[in-house]
Design a protein around this ligand. Structure first.
Ligand SMILES: [Cu+2]
Length: 153
């Protein structure tokens, strides 16, 4: 649970009181997984604040582990600190064919119509709770233009 990231921050001055201010989550969804082994999740994190932030970890009620992956070609790898950065007044997009959440060791298999609870942990902002709807296995957001299929959606 303690992913230790050596963050090149702004000198460790975290006396500011803007906890939870700038970050919000949109367009979260989970395609209904094919197997009970793992599931993918997608969302968009918007940072309205003046401070860059970093997605540090994700927890969920349905999975023992939630990891953050990037997809390159047909393979995926763990997304590191740079990939997880959310610039000030910027966004971090997790979408099909790109970065995604990977729910592993599922406690139950999510079904279309259900909602999965997760909590996002950031370097600066306090935890953000997300209710992620489970969609059909082939669901795509309108903005997702990628038609390439990776191995686990
Ligand atoms: Cu993955």
């Amino acid at each position: 649970m303690t992913a230790v990231l050596a963050l090149a921050g702004c000198g460790g001055d975290d006396s500011g009181g803007s906890q939870g201010a700038g970050v919000k989550v949109e367009s979260a969804y989970m395609p209904q997984p094919v197997t009970a082994a793992m599931a993918a999740g997608f969302l968009v994190i918007e940072n309205d604040g003046d401070t860059p932030d970093t997605l540090r970890s994700v927890t969920s009620d349905i999975a023992q582990d939630v990891t953050i992956h990037t997809t390159s070609g047909q393979t995926m790898e763990s997304a590191d600190g740079d990939d997880r950065a959310i610039p000030a007044h910027g966004r971090l997009v997790l979408k099909s064919g790109g970065m995604h959440l990977m729910f592993e060791k599922l406690k139950r298999k999510p079904k279309e119509g259900e909602t999965v609870s997760l909590e996002l942990h950031f370097t600066k902002t306090g935890p953000v709770k997300v209710e992620m709807p489970v969609k059909s296995a082939t669901y795509r957001t309108a903005s997702s233009s990628s038609s390439s299929s990776s191995s686990h959606q």
